[in-house]
Write a protein that binds this ligand. Structure first.
Ligand SMILES: Cc1ncc(C[n+]2csc(CCOP(=O)(O)OP(=O)(O)O)c2C)c(N)n1
Ligand code: SF4
Length: 243
């Protein structure tokens, strides 16, 4: 029987610190492979938001800065203007990018800043204990919606792409890590988003639907099924803007 496992690139310097079955780890491996294949590790600074997503920096050997939570759109803008010779990339959560940081995310997109945002959407604030975020789905149980999110009490969930799709930006895509085909699409989107920055095309954002089995109260395999059966059905998937 052939061994089809692929060795992790050297940029992944040690085992990650995420819970078993966490989607952030899959994304980090994808980003590590893309930075390695594009040969731009030394030319990249990752602007890391606070959240479980920030734990990439323990296992990925790349330069990192950590601005205040949610301010990635502003911090990336500053970073790119001060060091235009470096790729300005962020890894953020949906809480950071779409709640506390919504204004900064949309403002950076409105200016079509030449930066790249990767937003891990796990439909809640994971690191602080699983509270509801704008992305928490109707009916979803979270630490702050113990009976499930309702329109009456918590409002409808918010799809930021309804705003972003109308802006003059270089690239907007939504993918997931739910199966091998989606992982390939994510890798392709990550590469394309970074290429837009390389070619000075402007702002790019890739949202990746990732499981949080711990706060969802699901086994890892069932958390992946939730992405396929619920989230990938609810959201528009694929490339929405590609200029
Ligand atoms: C200004 C500020 N407000 C709040 C917090 C507390 N805080 C830390 S992480 C986090 C939420 C993280 O959720 P998300 O961005 O969705 O990332 P995830 O943990 O799900 O990967 C919050 C509210 C903080 N660190 N700083
Ligand atoms: S709490 Fe959720 S998002 Fe955080 S490391 Fe664990 S599985 Fe991942």
């Amino acid at each position: 029987m052939s061994n089809r496992s692929k060795k992790a690139p050297k940029i992944m310097k040690c085992e990650n610190k995420f819970c078993a079955g966490c989607g952030h780890s899959l994304f980090d491996r994808i980003l590590g492979e893309v930075l390695t294949e594009m040969n731009i590790i030394g030319e990249t600074i990752v602007c890391s938001d606070i959240g479980c997503n920030h734990m990439f920096q323990y296992s990925m050997a790349v330069d990192v800065i950590v601005p205040p939570h949610g301010k990635m759109g502003a911090a990336l803008t500053a970073q790119k203007r001060v060091r235009p010779d470096k790729y300005a990339i962020t890894i953020a959560g949906d809480g950071g990018a779409y709640a506390i940081g919504l204004a900064e995310t949309v403002a950076a997109a409105t200016r079509n800043e030449n930066v790249t945002m990767f937003v891990m959407n796990n439909t809640l604030y994971a690191m602080t204990g699983g509270q509801a975020a704008p992305t928490t789905q109707l009916g979803q149980i979270s630490a702050s919606t113990p009976k499930g999110r309702t329109e009456k009490d918590h409002g409808l969930d918010f799809d930021v792409f309804n705003v972003m799709r109308n802006l003059d930006i270089a690239y907007l895509a939504r993918t997931s890590v739910a199966n091998p085909s989606e992982i390939r699409k994510t890798k392709n989107a990550v590469k394309k988003a970074i290429e837009k920055q390389r070619d000075n095309k402007g702002f790019s954002l890739v949202e990746v639907l990732v499981p949080c089995p711990t706060n969802w109260g699901l086994k890892p395999v069932d958390a992946m099924k939730r992405i396929e059966n619920e989230l990938m059905v609810r959201y528009e998937m694929g490339e929405i803007i590609d200029k």
